[in-house]
Design a protein around this ligand. Structure first.
Ligand code: ZN
Length: 347
């Protein structure tokens, strides 16, 4: 099948998905800016960069979500600089088509399609699962010593890392990028849940609109690819263990604003992103609930209760405990399809 999207196209074989492979980096491929570069890639792509030490390999995955460009911008910039990594490097740029769909860099996934970073847990026959499988095969084939998957948060906020394992090696990889390390027991079908025989860490470089996130991504990638001893920790980490997701019920309506919007069930504060990794003490107001009822919310873990952590006071949703909040979004579509925020009790 051939899908046309403007001035680029991608071949999808019926039996699976073909990744483009690039090993010659030409000025024509790089283009004048990140968008031209992405457009020239034309579809999901693996870039092979030879390292000083050719006996080892590291992997970078980025753009699993089309609206999270910091990793891509960093890769483009390093390729323009003729950067030479310490070891052989494979860079996998995934959701090229979603990213190029107008308006560019706004679609997490193609409209109406599945979230690619929720398709790494089982075999289904849709294109997203086939692409996820093709990415996994590509990674396994090179037996890397480490993998990072670089994202942005949709809301503004500082960088952090996430892993399903808190080993010294996982923490060392994270430490090239950020000092915040989240050890999670949540399983969503994301790439970091796969066993590749080496540590894999998700990096959230910061908000997709934040210049600081671009700096975090490029400095982190440079450090990660320059280190000879990958598992030598670059900085001390602050550990957050087993956060939960605050999710919205399907039928509940949501809005972000500065005051109660009586047309919807829940109005969250327009400035709620400001709480990302901030000091959220007990009784911090997060928004307004029209019918004074917490039934609009649930947690990802059914054995835990929303009202252990949040309550309603004078029509406002407030925190019941001292919490750390992160991954807060103010995009209604992402809040509804993914979650409102993650939280953990303040250690
Ligand atoms: Zn993402």
């Amino acid at each position: 099948m051939r899908f046309q999207h403007g001035n680029y196209n991608v071949d999808y074989a019926m039996s699976g998905i073909k990744l483009n492979h690039v090993s010659e980096i030409s000025p024509q491929l790089l283009g004048a800016n990140t968008l031209q570069f992405l457009s020239n890639l034309g579809g999901p792509t693996v870039i092979h960069i030879p390292g000083k030490d050719k006996s080892r390999c590291r992997v970078i995955v980025t753009l699993l979500h089309g609206n999270e460009p910091s990793g891509l911008k960093a890769i483009h910039s390093l390729l323009c600089d003729n950067f030479v990594p310490q070891v052989n490097t494979k860079i996998i740029i995934a959701s090229v088509v979603a990213s190029l769909t107008e308006p560019v860099f706004t679609h997490r996934m193609l409209p109406g399609k599945r979230d690619l970073n929720r398709c790494f847990n089982h075999d289904e026959k849709d294109l997203q699962h086939m692409l996820a499988n093709a990415i996994c095969e590509e990674i396994k084939a090179c037996q890397p010593e480490g993998i990072v998957d670089i994202h942005n948060t949709s809301g503004s906020g500082p960088s952090f890392s996430v892993s399903i394992d808190s080993s010294r090696q996982h923490q060392a990889i994270a430490s090239y990028f950020t000092h915040r390390f989240i050890f999670t027991d949540i399983r969503l079908g994301s790439i970091m849940e796969k066993d590749f025989g080496c540590p894999i860490v998700t990096i959230e470089a910061g908000g997709s609109q934040d210049t600081e996130a671009d700096v975090t991504a490029i400095n982190g990638i440079r450090a990660y690819l320059s280190a000879d001893m990958l598992f030598a920790q670059a900085q001390e980490l602050a550990l957050i263990t087993h956060p939960r997701r605050l999710e919205l019920c399907k039928e509940s309506s949501l809005h972000y604003g500065d005051h109660l919007n009586p047309a919807v069930d829940i109005t969250l504060r327009q400035d709620i992103e400001g709480f990302n990794f901030g000091n959220v003490v007990q009784n911090t107001p997060l928004g307004w609930i029209k019918d004074n009822d917490l039934h609009h919310f649930h947690l990802d873990e059914p054995t835990q209760r929303v009202d252990d952590f949040f309550s309603i006071v004078d029509g406002m949703l407030v925190t019941k405990k001292h919490l750390v909040l992160f991954m807060i979004t103010t995009r209604v579509d992402i809040a509804k399809s993914d979650c409102l925020l993650y939280f953990a009790e303040k250690p």
